[in-house]
Design a protein around this ligand. Structure first.
Ligand code: 4AD
Ligand code: MG
Length: 432
């Protein structure tokens, strides 16, 4: 009897009898009527159980069922503008699937540690499902953007023989008889090989940093999308980054209005995220800090607080380019105008969300790159394959990496990256 339907599709079933399955989100009662709020993963629906319309047994079930009990209902779909979602169900039949009592997460406030300990259950909340849906939409927008612009997806390895972004944040493991291996910090070096084969590529997957930082922006396992393009210089790279960010943000505002509303996100701030983005040099960024009373020594890398001051000057993401080479990775090309500088760019998100993109033009000269590897005290042998890219038909090329979780946090307007990934990994937590 009756078709199984989902709450998100109820508009098509007004006036018809349907079957729904899900969990009890909340309930209240008023004498002979029980109001059960059903949660089915696609939305919430108020189900009205009227004593006269169901058996005594069914009414008893409605009465006793605890939060998050799973059940099946059959009933008539009605339009009800005052109900959440705009519809309600006039219940004709009710079946308990599995009882739940003393569900740990009640509608009252819980501390963050308690909630993260129960992350596997916390995911069921309205706020968390909104964030997860937005994350999914962002992932799809990222793929659509590159797929529709001639990029080929290149999956890069997670187990690697080298560091990419410095040796201080490497997760190490013993790899059979072959010695030490590391969880990748970035797919970039392999993406560069891909760009020499396919022209335009992107890699998109989990990356790992043994980060000692306990901040709202750091995870030890996070997702990064990294485009890499042959014959691109730093300016081309910045053009791509701003078009990309604009596309992702504008797509999410358009398609995920309801979820953003659930999160009480002020979307007027996101609407401003349109090209062109301001581009300032590191030197200009240092000037901004000085004007704002920060005693900032030239040559240092920006901390989170510095990034906030810089980005607060603008109403959209700001691209800071040409950093001191000393604070940047070994593979970055030096600025021919000033070899103290690297042809690097960081994109800082507005509203204090900090760096969401790090990118650069790559060193394409064999001798220079060998020199950089030595200067960074890296062993040359594991990089021989990477040096081959400079031995055989080297070309100028550039790319960047966008951190997915920081981007989700910014677009959702939430404080900490721990809520942007289903099961966060941080310095003090690897469970559940
Ligand atoms: O600036 P990063 O370290 O750049 C790279 O890894 C380059 N290889 C990318 C490239 O050019 N292909 O990291 C890129 C981005 C950062 O801007 C940030 O958004 C994110 O990755 N990120 C982190 N996100 C969460 N937790 C961490 N510990 C992160 N470290 C970097
Ligand atoms: Mg960076």
């Amino acid at each position: 009897m009756k078709d199984k339907v989902y709450i998100q599709d109820l508009g098509k079933y007004v006036g018809r009898e349907v079957k729904l399955e899900g969990w009890l989100y909340n309930k209240r009662s008023s004498g002979k009527i029980k109001f059960l709020i059903l949660r089915d993963g696609t939305g919430l629906l108020q189900c009205i159980v009227f004593k006269g319309n169901v058996t005594e047994e069914e009414f008893e079930i409605a009465d006793k069922m605890g939060q998050e009990s799973s059940f099946r209902v059959f009933g008539l779909v009605k339009e009800e503008p005052r109900a959440p979602g705009g519809y309600e169900l006039d219940v004709k039949k009710l079946e308990l699937i599995s009882e739940s009592h003393d569900y740990p997460i009640t509608p009252k406030e819980h501390g963050i540690e308690f909630l993260i300990d129960h992350r596997h259950l916390w995911l069921r909340s309205k706020r968390q499902t909104a964030i997860l849906r937005i994350r999914h939409r962002i992932v799809k927008a990222i793929r659509d953007f590159f797929d529709s612009r001639g990029f080929t997806l290149l999956d890069t390895p997670i187990i690697t023989p080298t560091s990419v972004e410095g040796t201080s944040t490497l997760f190490e493991t013993q790899y059979f008889d072959l010695g030490k291996a590391y969880l990748t910090q970035s797919g970039q070096l392999y993406a560069e090989a891909g760009a020499m084969a396919l022209g335009k590529v992107y890699t998109f997957g989990p990356t790992f940093r043994a980060e000692k930082s306990k901040t709202r922006r750091h995870l030890t396992e996070f997702w990064m999308v990294e485009p890499e393009v042959a014959f691109f210089d730093l300016n081309d790279d910045m053009d791509l980054a701003e078009e990309f960010i604009e596309y992702v943000v504008q797509t999410v505002i358009k398609d995920k209005a309801e979820e953003l509303k659930t999160l009480e996100r002020d979307t007027s701030k996101l609407e401003k995220v349109k090209r062109p983005f301001p581009r300032i040099s590191y030197d200009e960024a240092v000037e901004i800090l000085k004007k704002n009373g920060v005693d900032f020594p030239w040559g240092d890398d920006f901390g989170g607080a510095d990034e906030t001051i810089i980005s607060d000057q603008f109403d959209r993401p700001v691209m800071v380019h040409r950093y001191p080479a000393e604070v940047k990775a070994f593979y970055m090309k030096r600025d021919p105008e000033n070899p103290k500088l690297a042809l690097a760019v960081d994109v800082l998100a507005p509203e204090g969300y900090g760096e969401i993109i790090g990118g650069s033009q790559r060193e394409d000269d064999y001798d220079e790159l060998v020199k950089r590897i030595k200067e960074h005290n890296l062993p040359q042998e594991p990089f021989e394959w990477y040096l081959d890219l400079r031995r055989y038909g080297s070309v100028p090329h550039s790319g960047f990496g966008l951190g997915l979780e920081r981007t989700v946090a910014w677009i959702c307007g939430i404080e900490h990256v721990r809520e942007t990934i289903p099961f966060p990994r941080m310095i003090y937590r690897n469970t559940p």
